[in-house]
Ligand binder design. Sequence first.
Ligand code: UDP
Length: 316
Amino acid sequence: MKKVLVTGGAGFLGSNLCHYLINKGYYVYCLDNLFTGREANIKDLMKNKNFKFIKHDVLNPIDLDINEIYNAACPASPPAYQKSPSNTTKTCVIGALNMLELAKKHDAKILQFSTSEVYGEPLVHPQKEDYRGNVNPIGIRSCYDEGKRCAESLFFDYNREYKTKIKIVRIFNTYGKYMDPNDGRVVSNFICQALNNMDITIYGDGSQTRSFCYVDDLINAIVKVMEDTKSDFLGPINLGNPGEFTMLELAKKIISKTKTKSKIIYKPLPSDDPTQRRPDISLAKKLINWEPKIELDEGLDKSIEYFKTVKGDFNV
Ligand code: UDP
């Protein structure tokens, strides 16, 4: 039986991935320090004989007998990763080092959860993998952006120095079930605000754009990249949904779907908040024959159903 380690396995993407891998019949080790991950996300897996949760911080080395590692551990929403920025950089860099060492020891394949944040405030639109980005190295987002860039660099160096089997995916904005209602992202904020009839907070004038991928599409792609045997391409590979929307469009969609009485209010735009973001996914289409199937309207409907079950916890 294939033994797979998911770091950050109780987080939003990690827990969705753990469920997917268990359903595929693998043995899954789920590692999480529960800084932003939530036990509720994996509660239904705890009794499964093929699932083992280990409360552990990737800043500390660990030894497990595994065939594959998905390295997802890191706070990922701006308010969460800015809470302790130095810890975010450490998690990105030392966490990656510890997991690369583990992969090297067991000759395991390791896939890094990188991010569209490596492109910073992009001067090229849409973003292709060969665009080197425009990151402010000393801004409030740099702990995450530069941490994730350094992790990519480490992954390639382990491959060049030790022949470690690596894959890197750059993940664009993703949403859906098991999101923490309180992590401060735009989709969770807007839906929870709407369901609780609270003001909907647009930062800036709402003209900034993002491209939102429903989590099931993303997990499907990530596993395809890990299990791809046809291509020896290591990455990075953009994964996301190229549909691009302004935050004002998103707010209006959510208001109409939830039939809320909420009103839109405007708050200051945080510094270094990217103006636009949209993945060019032609590489993923070519290499793994993947493109997202769930468009924003359908994904929002599914997400609204999920957030109805957790809206009482919302206190952003
Ligand atoms: N945003 C917003 N209202 C909120 C939360 C976020 O207008 O309550 C904006 C935020 O400024 C950014 C966009 O929505 O322009 C996406 O933010 P998110 O934190 O979800 O993701 P990221 O900025 O990392 O892409």
